[in-house]
Design a protein around this ligand. Structure first.
Ligand code: ADP
Ligand code: MG
Length: 443
């Protein structure tokens, strides 16, 4: 039953959502009163309940047959054996003797701490996972795999873990980019120093490795990393990896290595929502001593959506410009100084893209979407397509009507209302639409 339930869910949520939120859970008990599901921690349960509780209840009900099921979450009890062992490892590191060495070799960026990281909806899960690992190395999640697009805070969080641990413990920490690691492997081969390299990496308590996607295609380095990984993992040492891709999306990395990345927890960083962008701008401008008028904050937050590094870069540029010209920052100045970065980069979604995506998702022809045929299998996909056109573009009702074979604007309005109503009642439909939207907006 559980496998079927998961299969049902898998078809209805984006793959990454499934891997992150559904792969780690299991069904503990199913009674008439409800289903009990085991999750790794409280935060996980809260999030899952809020976002996908309905869908889960729905899925179980459909697979089992019968009325909708209430879902509750319980937290996974730590496996005793494991925590005892890792406790021992952490405990036996003699205090005061290893710290200087650990720090010297850590190469951590002191600016990237949890204190300077702004938490919002788009990154709170990754942040919580990193905090858990920093508080309890090798006991919370191992390995921890952080993934997310460029400039969303992977490197920052990885350093934050290192800094947190370095401040509070004497654990030996190695922070390394995959590029550095690759160079070290190459040099070790060239100068016959492989044993040194192995000793160096296998003696740490915590390995933080950044941008692991760069291992793609580098067989020898992968091999070396694989053995390092195994040695550390078996010794209950913490490993944290970042990547701009999901393990399964790295085809040039050996399967045995990819599957290891999935042993622990995979946490993703999403593009920040507008509140988070504003919070980041306020915090950074304060930290940098730049006075940013509210309208400039709004302007930046509304125009730089996908990348926190760019957001930060704009702030720095504005600050520099303002101090060089000895003028206060204004909206006018922001528009001039940043015109090259802000230009019209927004992806324009065409009505055709939407029709295409809907046609593929529901296996109906585009011509049928535009037709007047009223067969059952056509009506809902057609209405969904119309609804998405309204939602994802600036097109007016009459424009959309023209694009659907010359329909009246009232038909489109009616369709939008119907879909909105259906969405309220149907969690599965909501999930389907989310996936579709993601598909369309990503192109
Ligand atoms: P990535 O490694 O994912 O490409 P970085 O960690 O280098 O991204 O982040 C890019 C820049 O944005 C860094 O300067 C980082 O400090 C900043 N940044 C990212 N996320 C946040 C956040 N949530 N709060 C504050 N600064 C952030
Ligand atoms: Mg990075």
């Amino acid at each position: 039953l559980w496998d079927d339930t998961l299969a049902y869910v898998r078809e209805r949520v984006p793959r990454q959502v499934f891997e992150t939120w559904f792969a780690p859970i299991r069904l503990e008990a199913l009674e008439d009163s409800g289903a009990k599901i085991v999750v790794p921690n409280k935060f996980f349960g809260d999030w899952l309940g809020e976002h996908y509780g309905d869908l889960l209840g729905d899925a179980i009900a459909r697979v089992r047959g019968g009325p909708k099921v209430d879902v509750s979450f319980t937290i996974e009890k730590p496996r005793l054996e494991e925590s005892e062992q890792s406790g021992e490892v952490v405990g036996t590191v003699p205090k005061g003797t290893v710290a200087p060495r650990g720090r010297k070799h850590a190469h951590l960026n002191p600016k990237y701490t949890f204190g300077t990281f702004v938490v919002g909806g788009s990154n709170q899960f990754a942040h919580a996972a990193c905090m858990a690992v920093a508080e309890q190395p090798a006991r919370a999640y191992n390995p921890l795999f952080i993934y997310g697009g460029v400039g969303l805070g992977k490197t920052h969080l990885l350093n934050a873990i290192g800094n947190h641990v370095a401040e509070r413990t004497d654990l030996r920490i190695a922070y390394v980019t995959t590029e550095q690691f690759t160079n070290e492997v190459i040099n070790s081969i060239r100068y016959d120093k492989m044993i040194d390299l192995r000793r160096r990496y296998r003696n740490v308590d915590m390995l933080l490795i950044d941008d692991i996607q760069f291992l793609a295609g580098k067989e020898r380095t992968q091999e070396e990393f694989f053995h390092t990984f195994n040695a550390l993992y078996e010794a209950h040492k913490q490993i944290v990896v970042t990547s701009d891709r999901f393990p399964k999306e790295m085809p040039d990395i050996e399967e045995r290595l990819r599957s290891r990345f999935e042993w622990g927890l995979i946490a993703d960083l999403q593009a920040p929502d507008v509140e988070t962008r504003i919070a980041i701008l306020r915090k950074k401008s304060e930290d940098e001593g730049v006075t940013l008028p509210e309208e400039v904050v709004q302007f930046l937050a509304n125009n730089m959506k996908s990348n926190i590094r760019e957001l930060e870069g704009s702030l720095v540029r504005l600050g520099a410009y303002s101090s060089l010209t000895a003028q206060p920052i204004t909206l006018e100045m922001a528009k001039t100084v940043l015109r090259d970065v802000i230009g019209d980069k927004k992806k324009i979604i065409a009505l055709d893209d939407i029709q295409e995506a809907v046609s593929a998702r529901f296996h109906v022809k585009i011509a049928d979407l535009k037709s007047r045929r009223r067969s059952k299998t056509l009506v809902q996909p057609r209405q969904i397509a119309m609804y998405l056109c309204r939602e994802l573009t600036d097109a007016s009702f009459p424009e959309i009507g023209r694009h659907f074979g010359g329909k009246d604007h009232t038909t489109i309005m009616h369709a939008c209302k119907q879909v909105a109503k259906a969405l309220e009642a149907d969690a599965t439909l909501r999930a389907t639409l989310e996936t579709l939207k993601e598909h369309i907006t990503r192109g």
